[in-house]
Write a protein that binds this ligand. Sequence first.
Ligand code: ZN
Length: 331
Amino acid sequence: MNTFENFNLKEELAVKGRKVYGFIPLAQRPNGTWVNLPVMMAIGAEDGPTIVVDACAHGDEYEGCEGIIEAFRRADPAVMKGNLVCVPAVHAEAFAEMKRYSTLDFVPIDLNRTYPGQEKGYLTQSVADYYFNNIVKHADGLITIHGGGNYLYLEPVTLYQSYGDEISARSRAMAEAFGLDALWRNQVCEPQNGILDELAYTAGIPAITPEIGGQTTRATNREENVSRIADGVFNVLRLWKILDGEVKRFDSQYHVDVQYIYAKHGGIHKPQKKGGQRVKKGDTLSIITNLFGEEVDRVLSPIDGRVIGYWAYTVSQPRSWVYMVGRELEE
Ligand SMILES: [Zn+2]
């Protein structure tokens, strides 16, 4: 393992046909240990595009982290025309803390709401700035992996950009190649919200956000989800012709436009619909009771659609979202 004191991705990628990995030290903690950015590079023997893949922008979303480690393990630079740059935990602090956020910031900051970051901001803002400017900007395509983390159930779903241009078409092709069933069409780009795939789009980089796994599935589907991610990364490498071979197609994919559905009151939240299930407008999604078992809220679906995810924890908070329903779209 290396420590990259003065990391320069362009210089690293210029030395062909090798695998190299290690920590980029970013800042020192009071106890003298370092906040690091882990990076793994499979640098093809021949020139070609660079795909960047990351996970754990939210610290508790571990499937992407393990899937990336597996993809890097499988990668063979000798047969690659281009590069795979892997960041298994963008927010390595939140990863270690087993939380969505890191507590090192004075107040919690969501890494995936703070791009392009601030070099002289709080720790999480500086991680965003470093990662975006020193790694993401060198990418021809970006795969930024999320998941259900500690509290959510999610159907495996890949978000892609859809603004009717060439970058969007590339983003959609990457989403299809990644291989998850549900494809979440994002038609609103609001870079001021600080979300990485939208910032990548504004920088001219096609990007997808696969969402897969979470604590609710780890006892039963952990290995399966990890290998689906590694398979997805490899199929995207074939799409970009970094690897030879036919791009695998998936017949069961469907496109959705996802809405978050909020409850007014918190309490004991009882999900009434399962992931992937079709719902009608007006169907009950969740019943929320108080500590005496009395109903305090009932959350109805505002649309016809399919359940893409829901808050899977027993307790839910007031004014927080409890369901994600996807309106099915024509191809
Ligand atoms: Zn996330």
